[in-house]
Design a protein. Structure first.
Length: 281
């Protein structure tokens, strides 16, 4: 985990995954970014700003544009970490292999850095995981993992395989810290990536958050991103606005003190914006 206490976090800081590969902690999320120029421009702006982690998914409908921006960038491909995901109606062994091939074709890349099962679809997720293992062994995905898996889903998966997910991407913010699954992942060396790290801006007016932001001369969004990074989480705030993309990366010139971190930790009130994976069998 990055040494946040010594302020060594930088825009290009990486974490070493359990499989030995490294993943940049700060990424650009592309959920809800419109296909076409909006996505291409957002990815291009992020890479120019210094981001080196781009997150997409088959379900987002913008893999083609993400891939085009990555290919056209002056940043070498080897420095860019690209994540995409297997959607629910493509799960199962054979279906997942075909879906991955389609995603790779859409992206126009020779490989992806991380391929995730997007949601834990009952009866199919084990076969989907076997497909991901095959994809990794063939060198087409450098790392494999899951998204929206609870500790119950992970424990069930562990009973079927020796190869554990390198990453679990889940909804995380100071207002939704998901302590049981977060602790479980850390104890099993599974890196957490937080999506919706800004709670879609719906809690920016929280008094504690606003006060700490004022003390740091930063925005609530910047404090929320910095909080996640100091917790050792990878974080993928979504934006298509060049100014916001820049602001979301402007979090490496300050630290949140231990006391302030404790106050932010105390904000957890299960404020969830996406479905609860525990409701899925």
């Amino acid at each position: 985990m990055p040494d946040a206490q010594n302020n060594t976090l930088r825009i290009d800081s990486r974490v070493t995954l359990a499989d030995g590969n490294s993943m940049p902690l700060l990424g650009l999320g592309t959920w809800a970014a419109k296909a076409g120029g909006e996505t291409r421009d957002a990815v291009a702006n992020a890479l120019e700003t210094g981001y080196r982690h781009i997150d997409t998914a088959k379900m987002y409908g913008n893999e083609r544009d993400v891939g085009e921006a990555v290919r056209e960038s002056t940043v070498p491909r080897a420095e860019i970490f690209v994540t995409t995901k297997l959607w629910d109606n493509d799960q199962g062994y054979d279906a997942a292999l075909k879906a991955f091939d389609r995603s790779l074709e859409e992206l126009g890349l020779d490989y992806v850095d991380l391929y995730l099962i997007h949601w834990p679809v009952q009866t199919l997720r084990t076969d989907s995981w076997r497909a991901l293992e095959r994809i990794k062994s063939d060198g087409m995905a450098r790392s494999i993992g899951v998204s929206n898996f609870s500790h119950i889903h992970l424990q069930a998966l562990f009973s079927t395989t020796d190869q554990r997910p390198a990453v679990n991407q889940i909804e995380l913010s100071p207002f939704l810290q998901q302590t049981p699954i977060s602790k479980f992942c850390r104890s099993h060396n599974i890196q957490l990536t937080g999506y919706c790290p800004l709670a879609k801006g719906q809690r920016f007016d929280d008094q504690t958050l606003s006060k700490i932001a004022a003390q740091k001369n930063k925005s609530p969004a910047q404090v929320m991103i910095r909080w996640a990074l100091q917790k050792g989480q990878a974080v993928i705030p979504k934006s298509s606005n060049p100014r916001r993309i820049g602001q979301n990366a402007d979090v490496f010139d300050f630290e949140i003190s231990p006391d302030q971190m404790a106050r932010l930790d105390a904000l957890d009130d299960d404020y969830r914006l996406c479905p609860d994976p525990l409701s899925m069998p």
